[in-house]
Design a binder for this molecule. Structure first.
Ligand SMILES: Cc1cc2nc3c(=O)[nH]c(=O)nc-3n(C[C@H](O)[C@H](O)[C@H](O)COP(=O)(O)OP(=O)(O)OC[C@H]3O[C@@H](n4cnc5c(N)ncnc54)[C@H](O)[C@@H]3O)c2cc1C
Length: 397
């Protein structure tokens, strides 16, 4: 793997930076950099701007409408978008269900869904977890009964991120009750507007409601929406989780948080001098920066291997654990910048229409929200404890 950026890469970096500066609406950028809450339209607007430029699907091969970029280009692109204050590109369609459709989907499914993902006409959510099936995913109970050329689905999914904004959900469903649990699961695409689908929000620690319960009551789904072999969903589920965990590595997000942390710590005073000049605080920031750098190169190595045709394996779990630890430490340090002003946290102050006052100002209030929100990254995509089990079993043997 070549570590230095070539002159072409540097020119590409300039091109992306200029594009983001010129195309990202200023109000949206300010909300993102101010850690304020975003609406569905904000994500859709940015995805459409990227799509119009031909950059809607940075991780996809050209034949499916992607950019065909190298690992290096993708990293530059992500970094510049985050640095410029763009919202993240939602992963559920682009980096979760899309790679699955490319590998396991039928030609008809690819033709129908992939273009609508990159243009953001469809918003996807992930229906894996259930009240009794999180870490032990194979014990999932949502059943799909075959009746001719349809499946009738009944059950409950939970923690479903952005289900309230989604019009499609990819679900793991049980199509065969008998035998080893893993051998009776199928991967099914369900239209959220179908009769019998109900979404109920779950309020989280930061006061937001990005996650939901999804109830499926006798939902009729065409069998044509099965991806891959019936009962063969477990292999697909694991393939998708590899992509999800690589995504949680979150390099671009970490770099943006690190930069914001330094900016904010330069302006916050501790005993009359900038917090960033305080030796212990500065040491923690430096330590984190070094860890982030080594994390970035691990991700580049993995992406390069993947592009050379080697499947993502347990390494994705290592990236997931490391990326989430770094994000949480960044959240902690940001919160420390807010000091006592983080304590009287007001969730409603994150809403775009809020016009009241918060102790210490809007930014310090939002830093508390950021800290609370980042608690989730060590849980979703498979908890860090479970990832450590996976690493211990397959890498440290
Ligand atoms: C903000 C958020 C968003 C999410 N979004 C989605 C989504 O969009 N779609 C979706 O399908 N799911 C989603 N999830 C669910 C997520 O994947 C699960 O929460 C996660 O897999 C853990 O499952 P659980 O919550 O049932 O906890 P459990 O599996 O019950 O685990 C509880 C605790 O026990 C520990 N534990 C469990 N088993 C072991 C073990 N074998 N060894 C050591 N420790 C163990 C866990 O680490 C954890 O600390 C989301 C979760 C959160 C918090």
């Amino acid at each position: 793997m070549e570590l230095a950026e070539s002159s072409e890469d540097l020119a590409f970096r300039d091109e992306v930076r200029a594009f983001v500066a010129a195309s990202l609406p200023a109000a949206l950028r300010d909300r993102v950099l101010g850690f304020r809450r975003l609406e569905r339209e904000d994500y859709v607007a940015w995805q459409r701007i990227l799509h119009a430029r031909g950059w809607g699907a940075p991780g996809w091969p050209r034949e499916h409408g992607g950019t065909g970029w190298s690992a290096r280009r993708r990293a530059i692109f992500e970094e510049e978008c985050f640095e410029g204050g763009a919202p993240r590109q939602m992963p559920f369609g682009l980096s979760m269900v899309a790679p699955v459709l490319m590998k396991f989907g039928s030609t008809a499914q690819r033709a129908r869904f992939l273009p609508r993902i990159v243009s953001n006409e469809d918003w996807w959510c992930q229906g894996y977890s259930e009240p009794g099936a999180g870490s032990d995913l194979a014990s999932l109970k949502t059943r799909a009964e075959r009746r001719g050329d349809v499946l009738v689905v009944t059950g409950q999914k939970t923690w479903t991120s952005f289900a309230h904004w989604a019009n499609w959900i990819f679900c793991l469903v049980r199509t065969r009750p008998e035998g080893k649990p893993q051998t009776g699961i199928s991967f099914l695409l369900i239209d959220m507007s179908s009769r019998g689908v109900r979404v109920k929000p779950i309020r989280t620690l930061d006061g937001g409601a990005d996650v939901n319960e999804v109830f499926l009551d006798e939902v009729v789904v065409p069998a044509a929406n099965l991806v891959g072999e019936e009962h063969g969903g477990w292999t697909i589920a694991k393939y998708l989780l590899g992509h999800e965990r690589t995504n949680i590595a979150g390099i671009g997000m970490c770099k943006r948080l690190l930069k914001r942390l330094k900016d904010i710590a330069r302006n916050e005073l501790e005993g009359g001098r900038p917090l960033l000049a305080e030796p212990l605080f500065r040491r923690r920031v430096s330590q984190l920066e070094i860890e982030l750098l080594s994390h970035e190169w691990s991700l580049m190595r993995l992406i390069s291997l993947e592009q050379a045709g080697k499947p993502v394996g347990t390494e994705a779990s290592i990236l997931k654990v490391r990326g989430s630890e770094i994000q949480q430490e960044l959240g902690r340090l940001l919160m420390e910048c807010a000091g006592p002003y983080a304590l009287p946290y007001l969730p409603e102050a994150l809403d775009p229409l809020f016009s009241g006052e918060t102790a210490g100002g809007a930014l310090r209030n939002a830093l508390a929200a950021q800290y609370l929100d980042l608690r989730k990254v060590s849980i979703y995509g498979g908890t860090n404890e479970v990832q450590k089990n996976i690493i211990a079993r397959s890498v440290l043997r």
